[in-house]
Design a protein around this ligand. Structure first.
Ligand code: AMP
Ligand code: MN
Ligand code: MN
Ligand code: MN
Length: 284
């Protein structure tokens, strides 16, 4: 616990707390710097800032962008999440996010069509009721919860394993910006680009090295440290890559409220003494 959490979700995307409830929970957890990083949306930031007024907590403008990258040798494309932090000039990022939200809406319909074909059930109404009927907010978490509510699966994880993950029958790729373009847009917005949870993409160690190399080459700023629950060997691998590419570090819990109840707000890994936190560059 270091009083800093730079990766969290509210119910604007797939968290369960409202932005105001999230800020209160962060204050209760003695967090002094909180970034709200909903998926492809900054709609919760103003509400979070309002709730933080007069309180001993700073709200960092953040967003988790669904991006993609590919290995030069194979051209095979993989999804990757880039957390953008502390933007000073919102216009470039808002243009990108508007496009991302359209992609999200189109993908939600495509996933639900595929699910209807393989289960015979229309999941869409149960998905939309969770997001105030706003299709452009739908994440796979909402779809997984709808499948639980409809008794197609017993747990959300089962929905990912049977239908929603890459390679499964209702998977639809998120056709977001290429990694280099995503980083360039974040920089045009005068923000910092963080490679989120580098060890949680089901990639081989070789592909993780390739991804971090491409991220650094493309001007990326910081790598999110693996959570303390991950094996020490995983952390060591990431520490080595951070040192090799002279990247800064970010720390975040990836809190989702009751959707991932074992992830605690503010529970972030320890930073090594030779590592530089991206928060030292923040301008507020
Ligand atoms: P989306 O951005 O719509 O692809 O949804 C991604 C979100 O779904 C992630 O941020 C996680 O919260 C959740 N998620 C992704 N993969 C899994 C998985 N294998 N098991 C459980 N939740 C997952
Ligand atoms: Mn999520
Ligand atoms: Mn993510
Ligand atoms: Mn996240």
């Amino acid at each position: 616990m270091q009083g800093i959490d730079l990766h969290t979700h509210s119910h604007i995307s797939d968290g369960t707390l409202s932005p105001a409830q999230l800020v209160q929970a962060a204050i209760d957890a003695s967090i002094q710097q909180l970034a709200l990083t909903d998926h492809d949306s900054m709609h919760g930031i103003a509400l979070a800032r309002q709730a933080a007024q007069g309180q001993a907590i700073q709200i960092i403008q953040g967003v988790e962008i669904s991006s993609q990258w590919s290995r030069a040798s194979t051209q095979k494309s993989f999804g990757v999440h880039i957390v953008a932090l502390d933007m000073q000039n919102l216009e470039p990022i808002q243009t990108l996010l508007h496009h991302q939200q359209q992609l999200r809406a189109e993908r939600a319909i495509q996933i639900c069509e595929k699910l209807q074909r393989c289960t015979g059930i229309d999941v869409l109404p149960h998905v939309l009721s969770q997001v105030d009927e706003q299709m452009d907010r739908v994440t796979r978490t909402h779809i997984a919860k709808a499948l639980v509510a409809l008794n197609v699966v017993t747990r959300a994880q089962q929905a990912f394993d049977r239908f929603l993950k890459q390679g499964k029958p209702a998977f639809v790729k998120f056709d977001g910006p290429q990694l280099a373009d995503c980083i360039a847009t974040i920089h045009a917005a005068q923000g910092f680009a963080v490679l989120a949870h580098p060890t949680r993409y089901d990639l081989s160690a070789t592909n993780i090295r390739q991804l971090v190399g491409l991220f650094a080459e493309s001007g990326g700023d910081a790598i999110e440290l693996p959570s303390a629950n991950e094996p020490p060997a995983t952390r060591h691998m990431i520490d080595r890559l951070i040192a090799q590419h002279e990247l800064k570090v970010s720390i975040g819990s990836d809190f989702h409220g009751d959707n991932l109840p074992w992830v605690k707000l503010g529970n972030t890994p320890k930073v090594n003494t030779d590592q530089v936190g991206i928060w030292e560059s923040f301008r507020i």
